[in-house]
Every structure is written in C-alpha cells, then in structure tokens.
Design a protein around this ligand. Sequence first.
Ligand code: HEM
Length: 126
Amino acid sequence: MTSAMYIASFAWFLIVFGYTRRKNLFQHIPLVLAGICCDILLVLYLQFTREAVQEALEFDRSVYEQIHIWTSTVALLLYFPVIYFGSSLKKDLDNPELRVKHRRVALTALTFRTIGFLFMFSMWES
Ligand code: HEM
C-alpha cells in the first residue's frame, strides 16, 4: 500500500469512529473533523504532486478506479454541507429539522466515502 492509501484509510477510520461516537459531541466533532481534514489535505497533496484531478478527468482508468474517484469526489463535496449543518446543529441541538438535514447529508457522505474507500483497493499494486 502507498502512504496515500494509509492516510486515506486512517481518515476513513477517524470518520467511522467519529460516527460511532455521534451521541458524544466532545468526541464526535473532533474525530470527524480530523478525518475530513486528512481527506482534504490528502487531495491537495495529490493534486500538487500528481495533478490528480487532471488524471482523474482523463477517463482512461478501469471502471473500479473511476468508481473510487467519483464516489470519493462526491463525499468530499458533501463534507461542506455536513460541516455547515453540523455546526448549525451544535448551536441549536433541539432543532429537529437541522438534525434530520445533518443526519441525511452526513450519512450520504459516509456511504460515498465508504464505497470510495473500498474501491481504492483496486489501485493497490502490491
Ligand atoms: C462525515 C462526517 C459526519 C457524520 C457521518 C455525522 C453523523 C452524525 C449522525 C448520524 C448524528 C446523529 C443525528 C441524530 O440524532 O439523528 C450526528 C449528530 C451530530 N453531529 Fe455529526 N456527523 C458528521 C460530521 C459532523 C460535523 C463536521 C459536525 C460539526 C461541525 C457535526 C456535528 C454534530 C452534532 C452537533 C450532532 C448532534 C449530537 C447530539 O445529539 O448531541 N457532525 N452526526
């Protein structure tokens, strides 16, 4: 596995662990934010070192690799509304609408990130 794969796995683990701690704000928020930051920094690093976005847009990759790229991209874009609704919910914990919005967008992001994580292993050259 490459070092980028280790970092991506660590980020996914932090988000999943943070999800399991969703009832405890003092654990949930730092854990998921740390995972999201790792993901964003990793994409920026890959962009500077390998021009990952241009490479991804070339479409000359296998179906599995493309699934990895597109599901991970959707997850990354969803992180912004996740943070927005999560921060709003933190200020207004008794608001059921915000709770539902945060849950929906966060679980969608987690689903896409998990599919992207699994398909990442199609890029594993032992
Ligand atoms: C991908 C990352 C995340 C996932 C998967 C996630 C998932 C969840 C879920 C499923 C809940 C329970 C909602 C319910 O009660 O039905 C929750 C609660 C919450 N989340 Fe997140 N979340 C994420 C990121 C964040 C972020 C970045 C923030 C803040 C900036 C945040 C703030 C909160 C707050 C304030 C609650 C309410 C906790 C409570 O009831 O005491 N979450 N989250």
